[in-house]
Design a protein around this ligand. Structure first.
Ligand code: FAD
Length: 144
């Protein structure tokens, strides 16, 4: 199996309610569990930041579907890598809202405390997602 990691950022087409997010996550978790895809979705109100990892063809097929989804727009690929192992193996799709993340964690990756994945080095977004995964694991604060 060729393991890949794909990270993108996008803009919600409209403000997302908890039921919108629950619907996205319900589908994502079901499909990803079938496809062996894992990852994390972060929603800020202004952007979605998502990492997908798994077998190359499955991740690419999932990403193609995601790009067509009209619930968001301006999908921008930030990173595509061949890691040795998964970072998010525990989640068919973990979720965290930016408001649920402690400010000190955000400040580790942004001097003014505002994440702007579209403008920053993708390595920063990757490190941010890895820190979120560790935080969610430690505190069991997965939302939804
Ligand atoms: P179907 O379920 O047959 O739906 C047909 C079309 O309608 C698709 O284009 C779909 O995008 C769109 N659609 C479905 N529900 C709605 C709705 N409530 N409002 C508007 N349009 C809708 N899917 C995954 O499998 N894995 C993921 O990790 C994943 N992450 C996502 C992250 C975000 C930010 C978003 C917005 C969506 C995500 N999805 C994910 C959902 C994905 O975009 C597809 O909707 C889903 O995979 C079903 O695809 P399908 O082609 O089988 O479409």
């Amino acid at each position: 199996m060729v393991l890949v990691q794909l990270v993108y950022v996008s803009r919600p087409s409209r403000p997302m309610s908890s039921s919108d997010l629950a619907a996205i996550l319900g589908t994502a978790r079901e499909r990803n569990a079938n496809d062996g895809v894992t990852g994390m979705l972060c929603y800020s109100g202004e952007f979605f930041l998502q990492i997908l990892e798994g077998e190359r063809a499955r991740v690419c097929a999932t990403f193609r579907k995601i790009c067509l989804d009209q619930r968001h727009t301006d999908v921008c690929l930030l990173a595509y890598a061949y890691p040795e192992r998964r970072l998010f193996s525990e989640w068919s799709m973990g979720y965290v809202g930016l408001g649920d993340i402690p400010r000190e964690l955000v400040l580790r990756h942004s001097e003014d405390g505002t994440m702007r994945p579209i403008l920053t080095d993708p390595k920063i977004s990757m490190a941010f997602l890895a820190d979120i995964a560790a935080h969610v694991s430690e505190t069991q604060t997965a939302v939804l």
